[in-house]
Design a protein around this ligand. Sequence first.
Ligand SMILES: N[C@@H](CCC(=O)N[C@@H](CS)C(=O)NCC(=O)O)C(=O)O
Length: 220
Amino acid sequence: MTELVQQLPILYSFRRCPYAIRARMTLLHCSIPFELREVLLANKPRSMLLVSPKGTVPVLVLNDGTVLDQSLDIMHWAINSTYPSASDPNNWMAAEIPTIGRRLIEANDTEFKRALDAYKYEKPGDTRSLSDYRTDAEWFLVGLEDRLEYNRFLMADRISLVDIAIFPFIRQFAGVDPNWFDQSPYAKLRGWLAHLLQSDLFLGSMTKHPVWRPDESIRN
Ligand SMILES: N[C@@H](CCC(=O)N[C@@H](CS)C(=O)NCC(=O)O)C(=O)O
């Protein structure tokens, strides 16, 4: 008798990538088993580029061949297929005020991400200081701090998809100058970040994996 081996969904991922972190945290929250393929961004596997030529991680390949190559799509797919009922507290979308939540994530992924990258990467010969770049990004932190005045998390008193979508980027921001962040006026945001950094969800999603090395990988 032939035994049918159920293939797991495959996640092409890069450990420190904030988009991949939010996808992995969601898959973990949904207890969805998957095969993690850690990639080197400078040497992406051909099998990943074949299914998603744009070449960014994360990429999730489902058993039926469906390819999800946007982190938010992976998050939505995982939640919808695991916790379809809006009344389920595990349904991270139920707590979301749709328009505000969507706008926050969009602002995070566009203007804040651009400002964060400018703050993170020093440019030789630049006349602007680190604090100039930080100021360009701070408007986003002010908005988050405001929201946390009213709720423990960004949309409600419990975690929503909005928290997890934004958290890896705030982690990066805090890491650029931890001393500044520790003394910044964003006390509620610091508490929110500390809580998520200590969560099983985050710690579990940061497990180290050796780089996946298929025979056919493209070498630079
Ligand atoms: N919109 C994409 C963005 C993903 C993204 O930009 N990932 C970065 C790593 S953090 C990447 O793969 N960059 C390609 C590269 O550096 O070659 C998503 O949400 O999944």
